[in-house]
Design a binder for this molecule. Structure first.
Ligand SMILES: *Cc1c(COP(=O)(O)O)cnc(C)c1O
Length: 408
């Protein structure tokens, strides 16, 4: 078999594997003294009781003639599409059709699959630092050229730094697709209406597509920050939005998300003919997917019941309490720290000119605390590290005390 050479040439999965390996080794050398992990990108609370009950009830029903379901519709059950339309969009003044919403097993697989919509030589832009899937999926499709010196040859990087307040600049050369994730993983920062509008206006003017990953929108506490790119005028003509139940409803192990591909979104082929992107996406899904489990979609529906909403609000508040603590502590330690207000991550500069990995090793040895080195999220992450609020308040407080002592 001749393998996909672009896949075979991918750099090794480096970040989380190396963090894991270092933490395991450190733990082995001193098993009595646990390493506290502030690098976790996974929720730690169990599902809310109301949501878990709906999940269990639907699963038990599968063993009865009335409750049994075979293949789910490839686009998702209408009951869930309608609930998302009403609660996540109409309630915020965004007018979508339920058919614009496509249910999936999570935002990551959709963020990865969307590249199949693009021409083979489409020019791609991502923010830097960045959640890796957007670049990786395009690299595997052969769109990004070679990986040299930590950068993809043909990828357009939009640097997000302390200097620009983590607001990406518009691309300086023409691009076809811009991936944006706000509130952002890893920087924990959000974009306001005006900043999002600059991108929407750019995309309209240059006939570019925005892929907007809104996995953390439920963590926004600032009223002025849009929850959806579609709150920006004209966005339905240029943007696809990916969302997930993973973080706000604790579905990382249940697996459910959705992607919005508005009916008004058009693309052009090589001959200049226009196509409905929604129809292309539907075509693709029908060929490649057989739907998401009925019981999972019932669990997701329960998220929108008043009890489910309350459970999710409480979980988000629990994590955001940790985020607040991490931000305050990092600043009290004299570090330049960002995020933590509209997202469950704090992004801070390493002290004393240490690079990301040096500081990771320093904290692991001196404080027995594991953080995530910023350089793992792209060249723009060098000199930064990420703290995650997905933890217990006790662990978070204890980790903060240890970091403070190590930095004194
Ligand atoms: C966690 C996360 C997701 C969620 O992915 P799922 O596949 O839905 O679990 C999506 N985007 C970003 C940026 C994330 O951090």
């Amino acid at each position: 078999m001749r393998v996909n050479h672009a896949l075979a040439a991918m750099p090794a999965e480096y970040l989380f594997a190396r963090v894991q390996e270092r933490v395991a080794l450190c733990q082995q050398l001193d098993p009595q003294n646990p390493v506290l992990r502030l690098g976790i990108g996974d929720v730690t609370l169990p599902l809310g009781a109301h949501i878990a009950q709906a999940f269990a009830q639907a699963a038990a029903g599968m063993g009865t003639p009335e409750g049994f379901r075979g293949y789910a519709p490839a686009e998702g059950y209408p009951f869930l599409k309608e609930a998302i339309r009403a609660h996540e969009y109409a309630a915020r003044g965004v007018d979508l059709d339920a058919d614009d919403i496509f249910i999936s097993s999570g935002a990551k697989e959709d963020a990865a699959a969307l590249e199949r919509l693009f021409g083979p030589d489409a020019r791609i832009a991502v923010t830097d630092p960045v959640y890796p899937v957007y670049a990786d999926a395009n690299a595997m499709a052969g769109r990004l050229g070679a990986f040299r010196g930590g950068r993809w040859e043909r990828l357009h990087y939009l640097p997000c730094t302390g200097e620009n307040g983590f607001e990406p600049p518009l691309p300086e050369e023409p691009v076809d697709v811009i991936y944006l994730c706000f509130p952002n993983n890893p920087t924990g920062t959000a974009l306001g209406y005006a900043a999002l509008k600059r991108f929407v206006d750019y995309a309209r003017e240059h006939r570019a597509l925005i892929v907007f990953d809104a996995a953390y929108r439920a963590f926004i506490t600032d009223e002025a920050v849009p929850r959806s790119i579609y709150q920006v005028e004209g966005a339905q003509e240029v943007a696809i939005e990916c969302c997930s139940f993973s973080k706000f409803a604790g579905f990382t192990g249940v697996r459910c998300g959705w992607t919005v591909v508005p009916g008004r979104l058009l693309g052009r082929d090589d001959s200049g003919n226009t196509h409905s992107v929604q129809q292309l996406w539907r075509r693709l899904l029908h060929s490649t997917r057989n739907g998401v489990s009925f019981s999972v979609q019932r669990a997701a529906l329960a998220v929108f019941d008043p009890e489910g909403q309350k459970e999710c609000r409480e979980a988000v508040a629990y994590y955001m309490g940790n985020a607040r603590l991490l931000l305050e502590e990092a600043r009290a330690c004299g570090l330049a720290a960002h995020g933590g207000v509209n997202a469950p991550y704090v992004w801070a500069r390493t002290p004393d000119g240490m690079d990301s990995w040096q500081f990771f090793e320093f904290l692991l040895e001196r404080a027995r605390v594991a953080v995530t080195p910023g350089a793992g999220f792209g060249p723009g992450g060098e000199g930064y590290f990420r703290l995650s609020a997905f933890n217990t308040p006790d662990n978070t407080r204890q980790a903060c005390r240890r970091i403070r002592a190590a930095l004194r």
